[in-house]
Design a protein around this ligand. Sequence first.
Ligand code: AMP
Ligand code: TRP
Length: 345
Amino acid sequence: MQITPRVFSGMQPTGSLHLGNYLGAMVNWIELQKTHECIYCVVDLHAITVWQDPDELRRAIRQVTAAYIAAGLDPKKSVLFNQSQVAVHAELAWVFNCVARLGWLNRMTQFKEKAGKDREQASVGLYAYPNLMAADILAYRATHVPVGEDQKQHLELARDIAQKFNNDFKTSIVAQGFVDGIFFPQPDPVITGPATRVMSLRDGTKKMSKSDPSDLSRINLTDDADTIAKKVQKAKTDPEPLPSEVAGLAARPEADNLVGIHAAMAGQSKEAVLRDYGGQQFSSFKKALVEAAVARLSPIADETQRLMSDPAEIDRVLADGSQRARAIAGPVMDKVKDIVGLIRS
Ligand code: AMP
Ligand code: TRP
């Protein structure tokens, strides 16, 4: 049972996917398929850490799955499945609940943001969320985790859990035949691309997010060409023309964001975009941005819709992926039980 390079990542089935999810995570997921063994998970157990309407949740699980496939994820090559169909995630998360320390979870900024002022009323699941995320990754002993910038802290926690497990159970791990005493690898974050943090179209200092009440703040992967055009036209800017150097974007969050989005859409660097548009007004730049965005996103929206017309086929893809995921995670969980001292038959 050697540690080999393996990619794992997950996305929550809540709300509709937006440009931040696409550029921050999905593009990298799809690229990594070319070079790595990849496992991609619709994390439905994470979704229920906050209230979800059951019918809406079912729809969202299928919709996210369809969007992944439409964006280029190949479910034959990579493993694509939903978390709740593989019991090891919840099982290993319990073991990690007993490895991670309260002090570690208390430092998680996403819990503080999501729980808001009324922390007493937050679910226990929301608090323990990062332990489940560590279990997702380590159930496959994954080594690479492509995510957006906002997941960095959670990934550091997963590394700490892997390390503490290896330390706490060192003797037992060696006794189980892992001579170097290492059972879990330290998973590395993969945070790359020109748009690891896509900002709101209404406020360049806030992250583009599913939970923003204004739909004008984000471009959804399901938006049609007219909606994309409207949102880009209304996107907040400043009165200055675009700078000709990247350094000129420093104190201009909205300009920086739009240039980053354009660069990512067109597969260019920010420098290259500013070489073309430096000195110009936003109006002409926005037209080009709409064109690039529509060219890239419309085929994905159309394909997602087509796939959604056959929910049974999506469920079949998830069932197949889950079976393949269980085949990898099952033996890892068996070893965890042996290492911890739990009896199994
Ligand atoms: P979530 O929507 O929180 O489930 O996030 C799914 C993936 O998209 C994660 O890897 C996030 O880091 C990434 N992501 C979410 N919002 C953004 C954003 N505004 N910019 C870049 N990446 C993002
Ligand atoms: N917490 C991640 C997010 O909100 C989703 C996630 C759950 C995840 N499990 C994961 C990402 C494992 C990477 C690896 O975006």
